[in-house]
Design a protein around this ligand. Structure first.
Ligand SMILES: Cc1cc2nc3c(=O)[nH]c(=O)nc-3n(C[C@H](O)[C@H](O)[C@H](O)COP(=O)(O)OP(=O)(O)OC[C@H]3O[C@@H](n4cnc5c(N)ncnc54)[C@H](O)[C@@H]3O)c2cc1C
Length: 266
């Protein structure tokens, strides 16, 4: 039998979690599990606290509550630079429910929003108040204790942040891959770029060799050439019904090139 328990605060919910419990964000994945008869949990834990949906500026960073939906992200002026990412998660019904917190746990090939958070070097805040860089959070999320309260990101300047989702069906298709880049510049040259790929591994992953190859170069066809040649180093795509690992590796540099040169929609 499945039970549902509602708590006033995230902290209370976190202390009530057991291995047989599933926290309910927007429920787009949890309820699919329920409908498909997933027997790995018998208890759903949810929280009433509306402040989990808040999006605000704080000390030069943007804090996004774990319960903020993709529709909330699209509507908030603070997250205007992420609206294009949120808009590409599912269709309107999904975006009205799908939360930022849930996206952090969404399994391959999902996790488009998380890919953007990884490129932006987000910090993940947990229910006990501790904070973790998103990269280490992603590598240990399956064994995480507690719940996610919020994420925070810096506000990128101008066109520094770019995102591209590659899917077979427009506009609602699932990702063959997604690519997010953050391209800070100093004196016109790229400095400390971050590149994240979604659906190119079990979790969104950084393309660190390509990031290093961009350091100090101009953002033009010649400058990015070396980065493209190592675009897939460190990525680990799998075969699935959308694309083979081989195909993903072949097309990744093509799409990265388009993102870097701003050839198509950001
Ligand atoms: C038709 C359809 C289309 C979709 N398209 C896309 C897409 O294009 N791109 C994409 O990235 N995803 C897509 N998804 C997947 C999903 O909707 C999103 O990833 C969404 O952001 C998940 O959030 P949620 O709040 O619905 O998660 P839930 O279903 O509520 O939860 C998912 C998992 O995250 C855990 N969780 C949720 N919140 C927290 C928290 N605060 N702390 C700790 N654990 C938490 C839950 O316990 C659960 O294990 C799609 C899903 C459907 C059904």
């Amino acid at each position: 039998m499945l039970t549902v328990e509602t708590f006033d605060t995230l902290v209370q919910a976190a202390s009530a979690m057991t291995p047989q419990s599933r926290y309910l964000g927007g429920g787009t994945l949890v309820m699919r599990g329920v409908n498909y008869g997933d027997q790995s949990f018998q208890r759903i834990v949810r929280v009433k606290d509306r402040s989990l949906r808040e999006i605000r500026s704080e000390g030069g960073r943007i804090v996004i509550g774990a319960g903020a939906t993709m529709a909330n992200v699209m509507a908030a002026s603070e997250t205007a630079f992420l609206a294009n990412v949120a808009r590409q998660v599912g269709g309107p019904a999904v975006r009205n429910m799908a939360t930022v917190g849930g996206n952090l746990f969404a399994e391959h090939p999902y996790g488009d929003f998380t890919t953007a958070l990884l490129a932006l070097d987000a910090t993940v805040r947990l229910s006990d108040g501790s904070e973790q860089p998103i990269e280490s959070f992603l590598s240990s999320r399956s064994s995480m204790r507690g719940l996610v309260a919020s994420v925070s990101v810096p506000r990128p300047m101008g066109d520094e942040f770019r995102f591209r989702k590659v899917s077979r069906v427009k506009p609602k298709g699932v990702s063959v891959m997604s690519i997010a880049v953050w391209l800070p510049r100093q004196g016109g040259r790229i400095s400390q770029a971050r590149i994240a790929f979604g659906a190119m591994g079990a979790t969104p992953l950084r393309a660190k060799s390509a990031e290093q190859a961009l350091d100090g170069v101009n953002l033009d066809a010649q400058g990015i050439e070396r980065a493209l040649s190592v675009a897939t180093t460190g990525l680990n795509p799998t075969d699935d019904s959308l694309a083979s690992a081989w195909y993903r590796n072949e097309v990744a540099p093509v799409h990265l090139r388009r993102v870097l040169l701003g050839e198509e929609s950001r």
